[in-house]
Design a protein around this ligand. Structure first.
Ligand SMILES: [Zn+2]
Length: 464
């Protein structure tokens, strides 16, 4: 059998997609969007070997756009099969793909106005909401810990990956040419210290393993230390009656920050003060989380049972409408504002930054990864002035970067996950990481398990 990564290989972290081919079937594991970089759009628009030709089924490890964002392109190419994913991933994928279609159309309108001025014809969006609806109708719920036949001769088992709600690692058991082979895809793995979700569950045997390597070269700052640092910033800001802005990813980070605040308010570590969740998408994501308590870890369940989160968060305001968002401008400090986009590349956070960056008493708390060309990265790097909506804004607010809220496992956790598989002596291939981190992880795997890890390129086929 053959497995070919069609993205998130060769030193890149987006566009996750693997084509698995046996003598009887072809399935795709993930079908993610390429994000960032000059050629991302062109690559998203070019169907690859996994998207063309007969495809019996697709499987999703989790809902993040870099794993699900090219799914809507499959149906127009003739795909009629099921897309297997856990029930929570199905709900999250619906939210994320609809949002992606909306953003693409919005961005393209702007771009096309620019093209029209240059006398160029308009471009079409990668897909529209109706394409999203069409592929969502193909989604089929996959149970955890049970083997499901996803295509002729291929069965799949989904287990917890601890990375986002519904996230999984997948083991495919494939019959091919009279042999049976097990191939494991780690998906994105979460750090074991992250709150809310259960820890990842490693598989114990496979012939071939694809392991993510986003942070293959380092460990994050410990989670609890980061919480303390975060609360210290909030305490100081509250004392100074300042505004605190947090550019927040709607799925995952927004829920973690909300939980930290609820806990701090309940335990008296922080006196309650106004908090705004200024993101319709984050509000919806939080509702999906609330519907899936079966995926929460023991600590989270204990926290929910031992008090009323609603009471803890009596000062939390959900700002769904644009009018509610604008009204936050008139609120005096102290207050904490969570708004997207997580890298300040668009969204409501831009309005808040424009209003508040110029005031030295205010704070901006950066809680997630900021890609190279993002506005968030410029803030992290300490630029003295930034451009927002074509206006030059002086950066006088205090910028804090907190590295310990990552949704990705650090090196030690990646090795702990792999440790359970190592005794079965599998071939291991490192993907979903820049070359530095994946080479570092390969060196650790060689030193600890005496196994040589492959570092495949996009389009490079591995056999099992
Ligand atoms: Zn992810």
């Amino acid at each position: 059998m053959k497995i070919t990564p069609h993205g998130a290989a060769g030193g890149e972290v987006t566009g996750s997609s693997y084509l698995v081919e046996t003598d009887r079937a072809r399935v795709l594991v993930d079908c993610g969007l390429f994000q960032g970089g000059k050629d991302a759009d062109a690559r998203n628009r070019t169907p690859h070997g996994g998207e063309t030709g007969r495809l019996d089924a697709a499987l999703l490890t989790h809902a993040h756009l870099d794993h699900s964002g090219r799914l809507p392109l499959l149906a127009p190419l003739g795909f009629r099969g099921p897309v297997w994913a856990t029930p929570a991933t199905i709900e999250m994928t619906s939210l994320i793909l609809h949002d992606a279609a909306k953003i693409q159309i919005g961005d393209l309108e702007k771009h096309n106005r620019h093209r029209a001025r240059e006398g160029k014809p308009p471009l079409e969006p990668l897909y529209r909401p109706q394409d999203v609806e069409r592929i969502l109708s193909h989604l089929r719920p996959a149970p955890y810990h049970e083997s499901v036949e996803v295509a002729p001769g291929i069965s799949a088992e989904f287990v917890e990956a601890g990375h986002m709600l519904g996230s999984t690692s997948i083991r495919l058991t494939c019959r091919d040419g009279g042999r049976t082979r097990a191939v494991v895809f780690s998906g994105d793995l979460g750090p074991r210290t992250a709150p809310i979700l259960r820890d990842f569950e490693p598989f114990r045997a496979a012939e071939l393993v694809f392991l993510e390597s986003t942070y293959g070269d380092r460990d994050h700052r410990p989670f609890l230390e980061t919480v303390e640092q975060f609360l210290a910033i909030l305490r100081q800001a509250v004392e100074e009656k300042a505004k605190i802005l947090a550019p927040t990813f709607a799925v995952g980070r927004a829920q973690v920050l909300t939980l930290i605040l609820a806990r701090a308010f309940r335990e008296g570590a922080l006196a309650p003060f106004p908090v705004f969740l200024d993101s319709p998408m984050a509000i919806e994501a939080s509702r999906i989380y609330a519907r899936h308590v079966e995926l929460f870890d023991d600590e989270m369940l204990k926290f929910l049972k031992s008090g009323s989160v609603e009471r803890d968060l009596a000062t939390l305001k959900l700002s769904a409408s644009a009018a509610e968002s604008k009204a936050i401008n008139d609120v005096a400090g102290p207050c904490f504002i969570m708004a997207g986009a997580g890298m300040c590349t668009g969204g409501r956070i831009l309005h808040h930054l424009r209003h508040n960056l110029g005031k030295p008493e205010n704070h901006v708390v950066i809680v997630g990864h900021q890609s190279r060309e993002s506005l968030g990265r410029r803030l992290v790097e300490g630029e003295k002035a930034v451009n927002i909506f074509g206006e030059k804004i002086a950066v006088r607010a205090q910028i804090h970067t907190l590295g310990g809220f990552s949704a990705h496992a650090g090196q030690s956790d990646l090795l702990a996950w792999f440790e359970k598989l190592a005794p079965s002596n599998p071939r291991v291939a490192l993907t979903h990481g820049e070359n530095g981190p994946r080479q570092a992880l390969a060196a650790r795997i060689r030193a600890r398990f005496a196994l040589d890890a492959a570092l495949p390129e996009v389009g490079e086929t591995l056999e099992a």
